[in-house]
Structures are given as structure tokens and as C-alpha cells.
Design a protein around this ligand. Sequence first.
Ligand code: FE2
Length: 244
Amino acid sequence: MTDSTDHLELSRRRVVLTGLGAAAAALLAACGRNRSADTTGAAAQAAAPTTSPSTTARATATTAPAAATTATSAPAAAATTLAATPACVDDDDVTPEQTEGPYFKPNSPERTDIRGGAAGTKLLLTGTVVTTSCRPVAKALVDVWQADTGGNYDNSGFGFRGHQFTDAQGRYHIETVIPGLYPGRTRHIHVKVQAPGGKILTTQLYFPGEPRNASDGIYRKECEVTIADAVDGKNAAFTFVLNG
Ligand SMILES: [Fe+2]
């Protein structure tokens, strides 16, 4: 992207930010969590709108409910601008690919609760699946598997395994426990994410402040969840960013 294009893009985003409401602002914050310090923005630039505003507006209106809702109450000129511009403050990087590891099993049950009453510190992991232009991905597959609190995978059954599909706003939620440690790895959760008809992203999520993060050769800071205390455990959040 050239300097002049950058300038135009930033100007358009300023216009959009002026018109966006609280819901869209929340989405901006969520997308910002996945940015890394050494971003090149190549993927995001490739996904930036190149079609005319009117063409893009039609496409966006069917895939970005937040922007479309805002547009309905804004003047006609502003509506065109809002729908044509991705709801991002900055370019977002695609969530890094991570090794699948040896314990993935296909055909996991469709469910959001993979804890099933098992022991451990309760963890509620929530977030959204978005594109590099910050558009939510509805009906995206989110397939999760992890070790139990003792650091063991259920390889004979489907304990701590499950898949689900994001809602119309690209949201997912997983009820689980903080995974246990096992030799050679830091604490992590395995995930596969796939937009409808898209390429599968295989990755892993990590926890901030873990002593083993620094010595784990697979660990990536960009794949850390944000985490907070909850009444009965922990809440974690992560935004998956897919190409597109
Ligand atoms: Fe693992």
C-alpha cells in the first residue's frame, strides 16, 4: 500500500470512527488485541476494499450487522462510507498457524461445554472470529481440544473436546477448565478455526504470565488470551483473525 493510499484509508477510518456507536467500538477493541508489534499488515492490505463504495456497501451490509445497523440511522452519504470501510482502527494480523500436535481427533461432539463436570479451575473462553478487515465471520467452525487439569488428553473418548459454530456476530464461547501442564509444553489450548468454505486455521492459545512460556519453542505471544478472575474461576478472551 502506498503512502497516499494509507492516508486515504486513515481518513476514511476517521470518518467511520466518528459515526460508529458503542457496539462497533467494542469490536474495534476486540480486533486490536491481536495486533503484534512487528506487523507488516500485508494480509490486511490484501483484504482492503478495492471495489467501488457502492459495490462494497452491498457486500458489507450482508456480513457486518453492526455496521449495517449503524447505517440505517445515519444520513445517506454517511451510510455509504460506513458500510464501505472495514470496522478496524488498524490493520490486523492473521492469527498465527500452530502445530496440530499428536492429540487431535476428528468428529468431536458439537457442544460449547467441554468440561462436563470434570475437576479443575473453571474457564470461560469467549471471543469472535473476524476477517483481517474486522468483519465478523458467522457460522465459522471452532473446534477445541485440550488436556485436563492433570495434563492428560482423552484419547479414547472426547473429554475436553468439542466443536461449535459462531453466531451471526462471529461469536463463540467455550466452557472448560484451565488445562494442566504436561512435559515439554507450556499451558495451552488447541483450536481449529474455519470460515464456511475457507481454509482451516490450526493454532494454539496460551496464557499470560506462565513460567513455561519463555522456554516453549512453539509458544507465540500473539496467541495469548486475555484473562480475568471470575466468580467461580477465570474468564478468558481471544479474537481469531482469518484471511479474508
Ligand atoms: Fe497439546
